[in-house]
Write a protein that binds this ligand. Sequence first.
Ligand code: B16
Ligand code: MG
Length: 222
Amino acid sequence: MFKAVVFDLDGVITDTAAFHFIAWRKLGRSLGIEVTETFNEELKGIDRMASLNKILALGSMENRFSKEEKEVLAQEKNDFYVTLINEISPADILPGIEQLLHDLDAQHIKVGLASASKNAPKILRLLGLAHSFSTIVDPAALQQGKPDPEIFIKACEQLQVQPEEAIGVEDAYSGIQAINAAKLYSVGIGDKHMLKDADYVFGDTAHLTFSKLKEIWGNRAL
Ligand code: B16
Ligand code: MG
């Protein structure tokens, strides 16, 4: 049996993509750059500064701002984003996740969080799930973002398990690459074609049950 599950946050535990979109769109408009919903898809799973750099490149403004000015822009987006996420409540937990966390706890399987979001502890608190995670990797302490494996390797170290004994759950392509490179068993949530490198893909979190995880773990190729 697997000894730990390491979860991504956004798109797996809850869906904050719409809030990120509203906040980036507002910042983009203040600079004359139109961030569309389609473009927002490309920002999923990547960190705040990398997202800003992509938006500036979209508007051909990649060389217009100094590092300090970009810090101010990223902070501006985050201040607005934080006012938006204050609305988050336990009703925003994605289907099946609460039950899964409950079952993992009952089976004494360790649970960790590997999110690129610096707002992750606050979001878990608002969802009422902070107690369900025995460890959260601090993204500010990382050298590399996803698809680099660092965040998932760190999560396993903090949980004191070997990556080969753990399952990683992600909704983003870059996240699946990170889990695979870290050598956990990778579970994708979303589109089978987009997440084709995952060891197993669920269409949505409602199908992500403890019994199904046990089954796919038992059937995995060694
Ligand atoms: P913040 P995840 C990611 O969360 C989001 O998917 C991504 O859109 C966001 O830019 C990133 O967190 C950083 O978030 O600005 O709150 O630090 O999918 O890794 O849980
Ligand atoms: Mg995600």
